[in-house]
Design a protein around this ligand. Sequence first.
Ligand code: FAD
Length: 319
Amino acid sequence: PHAFPFPTVLDSPSMRDVVIIGSGPAGLTAAIYAARANLAPLLIEGWQSGGQLITTTEVENYPGFAKGIMGPELMKDMRTQAGRFGTEFLTADVTAVNFAQRPFTLTVDGEQTIYTQTVIIATGASAIPIGLKNESRLTGHGVSTCATCDGFFSKGKELLVVGGGDSALEEAIFLTKFATKVSLVHRRDTLRASKIMQDRALHNEKISFIWNTVVEDILGSEVVTGARLKNVVTGKISEVPCAGIFVAIGHRPNTSLFAGQVDMDEKGYIRTYRGTTTNVPGVFAAGDVQDSTYRQAVTAAGSGCMAAIDAERFLESQH
Ligand code: FAD
């Protein structure tokens, strides 16, 4: 289901200067810049029109919105802004790419072929969920995958963090600035995280550890009120009250489509060099798809701007 009532037919020629893949903050900002540079970009939106922020409620850290803004509204406005300068939208998925030679070819929904001189990859990343029905239902209502985004709402509350790697510990430590107590639920009895992060977490008096344990269910009708836990060694079930659950078991960049076409790191993030350039001249990457560190709307938007400028300069250098 796509959230916005925009035309989705491709009525211009299928040879392009710039095609942007993805309609999150990175893709839409790239579109605003490319459109204003008169490059008539085509933006292929993908299965999640508006990107990750359409799944959230209040966004309080995007500059320019002093009172905060709802995620879907922010994305709708970004899309309108990109459209205003002539971005053409295609509400479809890219299903195959060939970057072996220019013009590059993109296959859309397994049918249509599009040729383009440059590509901006902005396909984002997804947080890996635990996989519980109540987890998706209560996302934005106490379930979160981003402490930087939602930590502030946790003032004076008791929280759970799920995971055992560096990012889980980072989230837990960050959350102790707001929460009265943070319990880290980990399915093993040792942490995967680096020694330095472990030391910091183990010495933080607000953090306690619940070892050998998985989350069986998340409790609460309107908002999170607790979790049902299962000890994987003893099989014992317990219920713990909490006001928030931060799931930090990893992120997966949306890059399977680009396997063998462009360089990626060992986790599948696209490698960028000098701004947003990849190892393939003419292919650029922006936003969470190339960033496992910051993962914010504003950093994604910033790199989308960079990618459009990089693509524009690349095209100029070809004349
Ligand atoms: P995404 O937003 O992930 O967008 C990726 C896009 O790629 C989507 O449009 C998708 O349809 C498209 N796509 C994927 N595959 C294909 C394909 N094959 N073909 C075509 N298109 C494709 N950040 C903040 O700064 N503040 C917050 O308060 C905040 N809250 C958040 C709350 C939640 C619940 C979540 C999940 C994230 C939150 N974030 C927040 C993080 C923020 O949403 C991301 O950092 C940001 O959306 C990344 O933008 P992006 O453009 O790189 O990718």
